[in-house]
Each structure stands twice: as C-alpha cells, then as structure tokens.
Write a protein that binds this ligand. Structure first.
Ligand code: B12
Ligand code: SF4
Length: 454
C-alpha cells in the first residue's frame, strides 16, 4: 500500500524560525510500515517550509492510498485539519492522524474535521501498521486497538486502548533516509520513552502514559554512529523526557559510548533531582557540552503546586555541581502558573542570582491538552477549547509577538497583567547574562582598586 506521512507546517512558521530536529515520530512509524513492505514516503513540510499547495503537489505526484498526518504539537491543530480537507477533496485518500495533540484531542478534532477518517492514539507504530494492513486487505478497522474511528453517522468512537507499550528494542531505526536530513541542525535521539514523574503542565504522559522504557544502549549508540557516518557530524541532543532518570541505564549508555571511542558533542534534558557530580564529570568527559534542566520556578510553593517534586535546595545543588563538572547549564522556566505573583517571580530571580546558570529560557505557561493543568482550567470554566487560537499556542522567546497570546490567557488565572508576565520573562531571560556582566565589572573594579592600592 502507498502511504505518505506528513509533518505539516506551522501557520506562524516564519515567526517561529528554523526547525532543528528530525521528526522522530513519523520516521519511526515509517520504518515499521516499510518493514511490512508498504511503499512509504515522508514530507516534512515544516523542515522544508512548504506551503499547503506544495504539499498537495507532492502528494498528487505520489498518489498515496493513505496519508498519515502528524499532529504532535498543538500549534499544528489548524494546519492538520486544513490539510486533511485538501487531501480528501483532491485525492480521496484515507486520512489518519497521530501525535501528542491528536491523541489528547481525538474526538474533538474528528468532530470538527470530517476529512479525518481515523486518529491513532498514543504511540503510533503498532496501531498504524495494523491500520494500514487492514486497509490494504479491505478489512474492518474495528478490532484494532488504539484508534478513534467514525460510526455510520460520522460520530467518533474509540476502540479499546493498547494494553502494552511499544517494545522499543523491537523497533527498526527511524527511517532517516526518507527525511530531508540536510535540513536539520542536530540529531534528536530518544534513548528512552516516558517519564516517571507527572508534572501537572506537561504532556509527556499523553503519548507515553507514564510507561518508562529504556532502549538497549548498544542500539542507541548504533543509531548515533549511523547518523554521524551517513549524514555527517552534527551535535546530538538526547531528547528523552528525563535523560538521567535511571542511573544504571545512563551509566550503561556512557559505557557503550566510551567502549566505541565515539567522539561527538552532545547534550540532554533532565531534572535536578537525578544528577550527581560523579555522573556529570563522566558525561563531560564523554562529550556532553551542556545540560538543560526543567526548573520552572524558584518558589517552593509553585514547584509543589505543579507537582514538580523537586526542592529549591536540589536546584541550587545540581547547578553548582554541573558548573563544577565543567558543563554549560541552561534552565527552563515558566511564569504564569495559577497562583503566580510578583513575589514568586522574585523568588525565581533570586534563585538564578544564587547560581551560575549560562542561560535561562523563560516562557509564559502554555496550557496543553491532556494535562492535569488544562483539565483544571477547563473544569473551572477559565478556558474552553473552542476559544483557543491554536496557531498562537507556542513561543520560543518572550520577544515574539505571539508570546503575548499566552500572556493574555494567563491573565485569567494569575493576578498579573500580560505586560507584567512578558516583562517577567524578558528580565528572567536576560538575568544570567546581566549577572555575568555585573560580576565581570565588579571583578574589574576589584582589580582596579588593587592596582591603585599597590
Ligand atoms: C523534539 C521536541 C521538539 C522539537 C521539534 C522537533 C520536530 N521535528 O518537530 C522542538 C524543540 C522544536 C520542539 C518545539 C515545541 N514543542 Co516539543 N517536544 C519535543 C520532544 C522533546 C520529543 C519529540 C520526539 O521526538 N518524540 C519521540 C517520538 C518517537 O515520539 P512522538 O513524537 O510522540 O511520536 C509518537 C506518537 O506521538 C505517534 N505519532 C506522532 N506523529 C504521528 C503521525 C502519525 C500519522 C501517526 C499514526 C502517529 C504519530 O507515534 C509516534 C511513535 O510512537 C517532546 C517530548 C515528548 N515526550 O515527546 C516535546 C513535545 C512534543 N513538545 C511539546 C511542545 C508543547 C512544543 C512547543 C509547542 C513548545 C513551545 N515552545 O511553544 C514547540 C512546538 C513548535 C515546533 N515543534 O516547532 C509538547 C507537545 C504537547 C502539545 N500538545 O503541543 C511535548 C510533548 C513536550 C511535553 N512534555 O509537554 N519540540
Ligand atoms: S516536566 Fe519533565 S519531569 Fe515533569 S513529567 Fe514532564 S518530562 Fe517528566
């Protein structure tokens, strides 16, 4: 069967800037379909910055029987629905959608997008394979777990959920050869799936359902070697939800990198509660150049309220040992959680001032579908799905025009104005650099005084 998998482009793509990472979700689904001898292609409209017309042109040229759209991110809500409608009217192909946002919003999306024939909930590999196999045999889709389908009246209904999470070591490598590999700045590697924590604002569990699995370290390093050899040397980013969540696994992965003598620079994302100095020093010695920590706030009450399960002391300790290990360190911060005040933001600034952070990414809270926080806002009637402008639900820096959109939303559940929230982000963002400047000027002042005295 001919299957085209598409990563749609964002409406505000030009404001968002370049795409840095290969879309692993569709590349993994593609690899599994290829393994079953289906004829598969991928269009990463985001990486190639393709318009809807250009996607349709490629689609018509390939003439697929089925088209799978990735709606992994909430800002892809509208582009996915619009593309589905064009695909259906211009080719008549079967349209299925998967990804994080689609999994959380399955019935909602299907009831507003008649062109979508099915939504794949959660991890997509096994469900897509069974779906495409059934389509190829003209068989019923009803018995396939993990889907949302339509009944005779067009109303969406769910098949049962998948009992087991995907066996990661049973998967082939993502189908990198189907992607425009020259377009990506770095390689995004997932050595595990899932996170053992459940922060109220985070959407990780929508797809991975808290089922944490680690891959065979040898296979992870095979994948890195393959990428470095075939597509050239580039930075590797371990995009695991919490890279060092399992100490034994991390050590085994490091052993494998060391054993092969692989030289490459890499970075990862993790939590302050799962690092120690010995591990950090070892990571540094094996090519890790920086670590990003999800810190979110310097106020203990805020951290507790969002279920972060870390303490301010742990943050300070982790940042101190990371700096001592010679690693650059970046912190992700969120302002605008329910209950945020100027005082709680000041606590965050004070925390930053007491550390040696190299950079701080500050954003206003974006409520994500399927999270406990979004559920709460919906239940309290503070927000409705119908009013959300999905296209604007993302921002990389507080200077971007659409960062104001999330700031205006957050006015509803904090006592702060949108301007105050944006300014809080701008100041927080600049703080590590400002502190370094102050230290350097103070240092020069000291040096001046010392030379005057002598
Ligand atoms: C890498 C990454 C990015 C990269 C983007 C890479 C890319 N090429 O698009 C960057 C850094 C740019 C990024 C940005 C953002 N991200 Co991000 N990102 C991730 C991260 C860390 C890993 C994604 C990944 O590779 N997963 C591994 C693959 C194997 O899993 P997967 O993508 O979920 O795919 C599986 C299923 O979803 C499904 N599936 C996916 N697509 C399809 C398609 C079909 C047809 C089918 C059948 C199935 C299917 O099957 C796949 C295999 O099982 C996730 C965290 C996470 N836990 O997933 C967050 C995550 C996806 N991001 C998130 C968010 C919110 C964003 C931003 C909106 C944040 C912001 N600053 O505004 C922006 C969006 C803009 C953008 N994408 O350009 C949320 C998504 C929630 C949501 N509702 O939007 C996540 C889940 C983080 C979180 N824990 O909350 N992100
Ligand atoms: S924010 Fe990080 S630690 Fe919390 S649930 Fe999400 S991935 Fe896990």
């Amino acid at each position: 069967m001919k299957v085209l998998l598409v990563m749609p482009n964002y409406v505000l793509r030009d404001e968002f800037g370049d795409v840095s990472d290969p879309p692993l979700g569709i590349a993994s689904v593609a690899a599994v379909l290829l393994g079953a001898k289906h004829d598969v292609r991928i269009v990463d409209a985001n990486a190639e910055n393709l318009s809807e017309d250009q996607v349709i042109e490629r689609l018509v040229a390939f003439a697929p029987d089925a088209v799978g759209l990735s709606c992994n991110y909430s800002p892809l809500h509208n582009p996915t629905i619009s593309l589905a409608a064009r695909i259906k009217s211009e080719t008549g192909a079967f349209v299925f959608v998967g990804g994080n946002h689609a999994s959380a919003m399955a019935e909602y999306m299907m009831s507003r997008a008649p062109a979508i024939d099915a939504i794949v909930r959660g991890e997509g590999e096994e469900t897509s394979l069974e779906l495409v196999n059934a389509l190829a045999q003209d068989a019923s889709l009803d018995g396939i777990p993990g889907l949302v389908l339509r009944d005779w009246n067009g109303a969406p209904y769910r098949t049962p959920g998948r009992r087991q999470a995907v066996d990661l070591d049973g998967l082939p490598l993502p189908a990198y050869h189907l992607l425009p590999m020259g377009k990506y700045a770095r390689y995004n590697i997932m050595s595990s799936r899932g996170c053992p924590f459940s922060c109220s604002y985070c959407a990780s569990n929508v797809v991975f359902c808290g089922r944490v699995r680690y891959r065979d370290p040898a296979r992870v390093v095979d994948e890195i070697e393959h990428l470095l050899t075939v597509y050239g040397r580039r930075h590797v980013w371990f995009s695991d939800d919490t890279f060092t969540s399992n100490r034994r696994f991390t050590e085994r992965l490091l052993d494998e990198i060391e054993r092969r003598g692989l030289e490459f620079t890499w970075s990862c994302l993790t939590r302050v509660s799962v690092v120690d100095e010995r591990l950090l020093v070892r990571m540094r010695s094996l090519g890790c150049t920086y670590i990003s920590y999800g810190i979110e706030s310097g106020n203990q009450g805020m951290l507790d309220a969002v279920g972060k399960r870390i303490t301010v002391e742990e943050i300070v300790r982790a940042l101190r040992i990371t700096a001592r290990a010679g690693l650059r360190q970046y912190g992700f911060f969120i302002v605008g959680f329910p209950g945020e005040t100027k005082d709680t933001i000041c606590d965050t600034y004070k925390l930053i001032a007491s550390t040696e952070l190299d950079g701080a990414a500050f954003n206003v809270l974006i409520p994500l579908p399927g999270t406990a926080l979004m559920e709460r806002l919906l239940e309290e009637g503070v927000l409705t799905y119908d009013e959300i402008e999905w296209d604007r639900l993302f921002a990389r820096t507080p200077e971007e025009e659409h960062a104001w959109y999330s700031a205006r939303l957050a006015e509803r559940w904090t006592d702060l104005s949108a301007r105050e929230l944006i300014e809080a982000c701008i100041v927080g963002h600049a703080l590590p650099d400002l502190l370094k400047c102050i230290q350097s000027v103070a240092g020069r002042g000291d040096a001046l005084r010392t030379s005057e005295e002598s």
